[in-house]
Design a protein around this ligand. Structure first.
Ligand code: SAM
Ligand code: SF4
Length: 391
């Protein structure tokens, strides 16, 4: 049935010139309800499709979230809140941000409905709840339980700073969380406080242990190295994770901070991370299939333990991307770095049917850009920071 999915994967390097994301969603013919598409940084486009540019008519009749480059999105990231109890310097300013007002956030029912549409109609198989800090959403466990009850049951994971886990890990596991990622950039309390502007290292370490005890294994650990701050901790962090049975992945710092302070030459690159690790460990490429996973993995000292590096900037994996994203206020994003968003909340609250929403979702994903374009001369950082998009 699917022509597009059988096309060879196109690497981003072959797609220079394709990096600008089209601004208008293309629901299927006959759809007349109001659709709002935002091209961030420019005025909002509002109105019905009657006022939109001519539709793209080349989308195949495929129920899944296919795009023009042969990718199929099966992994849905759902941001549950933009609030956070830390203030990581590479993510948020010290005073926090203007949080999204509650009435603009999707309700639990709205979230579950969109996830149900994704799972039931669009071929989504993996749901990752994130934020902001998802454990701050009081109804997190209830949302997880409802999503775990969907058929087909999606795999459910969580990205968290770990602070809430000592209290919540068992309930989350019982509700249906299968896996989780905890962020940990340093093992030194003073540095933790410098990076996150909060004195909570012990809470994070306790939270990770609680997740492990609750069977949420393997606990994956995300670490961002910052030049002159914690870039000497690659080896200690890996030693710690190996000892505790956690799976460590380093993430290259990306231009997604609210302050727009990211500088390419300040970033610790994947090559530097590997160089530091190789002073203490023998790393060999993990032969396991990578699929759409963002992390390149290496066996540590012959394995079976591994370490991963998510080199979003220096070794982008956009050609294999299988993600679609939903912000806390119900905006569909095709990519972390997308400059446009599609307002699913307006459809939900305007009385659209499941089929209509699914059609809009398909249309938006069809025109997903080939790559994030960070290294392109015209790159513009998204208006919304990582914490508001959902990391
Ligand atoms: N608050 C949760 C946490 O910290 O895990 C979930 C949201 S956070 C935005 C998700 C992940 O994004 C974290 O692992 C964090 O370290 C990472 N992150 C945030 N800002 C980043 C940036 N500018 N570059 C790379 N990773 C970033
Ligand atoms: Fe909060 Fe996560 Fe951003 Fe840190 S990275 S400020 S924990 S949302």
């Amino acid at each position: 049935m699917t022509v597009i999915a059988q096309q060879p994967r196109i690497r981003p390097s072959l797609l220079v010139g394709e990096l600008i994301e089209p601004r208008v969603v293309q629901p299927s013919a006959g759809y007349s309800r109001g659709v709002t598409v935002t091209d961030l940084g420019l005025p909002r486009l509002r109105g019905t499709l009657a006022h939109a540019p001519a539709p793209v008519s080349d989308r195949p009749d495929d129920p899944r979230l296919v795009d023009r480059f042969g990718r199929v999105a099966t992994d849905l990231r759902v941001s549950l809140t933009d609030r956070c109890n830390l203030r990581c310097t590479y993510c948020m300013p010290a005073k926090g941000l203007d949080w999204t007002p509650t009435q603009q956030l999707l309700t639990d029912d709205e979230i579950v409905r969109l996830v149900r549409i994704g799972v039931g109609q669009l071929g989504i198989t993996v749901i990752r709840f994130t934020g902001g800090e998802p454990t701050l959403r009081k109804s997190l466990t209830a949302i997880v339980r409802r999503v775990a009850g969907l058929l087909p049951r999606p795999e459910i994971s969580l990205t968290t700073n770990g602070i809430g886990l000592a209290r919540q890990a068992r309930a989350l596991a019982a509700a249906g969380v299968d896996r989780l990622n905890v962020s940990l950039d340093t093992l030194i309390p003073k540095r933790f406080e410098r990076i996150t502007r909060r004195n909570r290292l012990t809470d994070v370490l306790d939270g990770m242990a609680a997740a492990r005890a609750a069977g949420l294994t393997p606990v994956k650990v995300n670490a961002v190295l910052l030049r002159g701050v914690n870039d000497d901790e690659a080896v200690p962090l890996l030693r710690y994770c190996l000892g505790a049975g956690y799976e460590l992945r380093f993430i290259e710092q990306m231009p997604l901070d609210a302050q727009h302070g990211w500088q390419r030459d300040e970033m610790i690159t994947a090559a530097e991370i590997l160089e530091r690790l190789q002073t203490a460990f023998r790393l060999t490429p993990d032969p396991a299939e990578r699929g759409g996973a963002p992390a390149e993995r290496w066996l540590v000292d012959g394995g079976p333990e591994t370490v991963g590096v998510i080199a979003s900037v220096t070794r982008p994996f956009c050609g294999d991307c299988d993600r679609t994203r939903l912000t806390g206020d119900g905006q569909l994003r095709t990519c972390l770095f997308a400059r446009g968003e599609t307002d699913l909340r307006a459809l939900l609250r305007g009385g659209a049917s499941d089929d209509e929403i699914a059609d809009v979702w398909r249309g938006a994903m069809w025109v997903k850009a080939a790559g994030h374009g960070i290294d392109e001369p015209g790159f513009l950082q998204p208006e919304r920071p990582m914490s508001a998009i959902g990391g």
